[in-house]
Ligand binder design. Structure first.
Ligand SMILES: [Zn+2]
Length: 235
């Protein structure tokens, strides 16, 4: 009953709610079914199922197992492709050993901060529609602040704030990350040949394979200090 209540209270556009409503109507010529068929095709399940019914006698358990494996493989590829192509995920470190819960994830505010920056949604006003209409030329038509109001140069995004914005140069020289300043951390990666600021931020957010999760949490404090200073310059 709990599950029923949860589904019933979902917004109508969610897939689970759509299937629930369609089920009530008995309408099986549905968007939901079309989505399932599309997934069956993309995973290769449909094609493989045709082959298997003509060649072997799998038990229900065996059939379920290979279908789940196919869906798992498809899901991982889908995530990998999206992380590679979505501009908002430019700074998301790519895991070397497959997708799993990251070591730093817990209930702390620092964990949330790291996740916000990794997902390109660090509350800078560049994702929230209608957020900054009073900022005029810095906004696009739907009110998202797309240009940096602090330096008038560069886009308003996570890597501009942490790595590039010249109005934050001084604070980069003072904030310490693992015994060196943020400025030195950035310079170190540039010396190693990393040019693009989103690549350097990706390293800072865990892409440098830092083992000690307390280090990553200290970096979260640095991110918050940088964001606070940045926002104080124009809000
Ligand atoms: Zn700037």
């Amino acid at each position: 009953m709990k599950f029923y209540e949860r589904v019933k209270n979902l917004p109508n556009e969610r897939l689970a709610k759509k299937s629930f409503l369609e089920n009530l109507l008995g309408n099986w010529d549905s968007d939901y079914l079309a989505e399932i068929c599309k997934i069956e095709k993309e995973t290769g399940i449909l094609e493989e199922a045709c082959k298997q019914t003509s060649t072997s006698q799998l038990t229900v358990k065996e059939e379920l197992k290979w279908k789940l494996t196919a869906i798992d493989k498809w899901g991982k590829k889908l995530i990998r492709d999206q992380v590679k192509t979505k501009s908002s995920l430019n700074c998301m470190p790519f895991p070397s050993k497959g997708w799993r819960k990251a070591d730093f994830v817990d209930d702390s505010a620092q964990s949330t901060t790291i996740a916000e920056f990794r997902a390109g949604n660090a509350l800078l006003g560049n994702r929230e529609t209608g957020f900054g209409l009073e900022f005029g030329d810095f906004c696009d038509d739907d009110g998202r602040i797309v240009w940096c109001p602090a330096c008038d140069y560069g886009q308003n995004n996570e890597h501009h704030v942490i790595i590039d914005c010249e109005k934050l140069s001084e604070i980069r020289e003072t904030l310490s990350v693992g015994g060196i300043t943020l400025a030195d951390y950035i310079a170190g990666w540039r010396e190693k040949g990393l040019i693009r600021s989103e690549e350097i931020l990706r390293k800072f957010l865990g892409g440098d394979e830092v083992r000690d999760k307390s280090v990553l949490k200290k970096r979260a404090d640095v991110l918050v200090s940088m964001r606070d200073r940045y926002l104080s310059l124009w809000r």
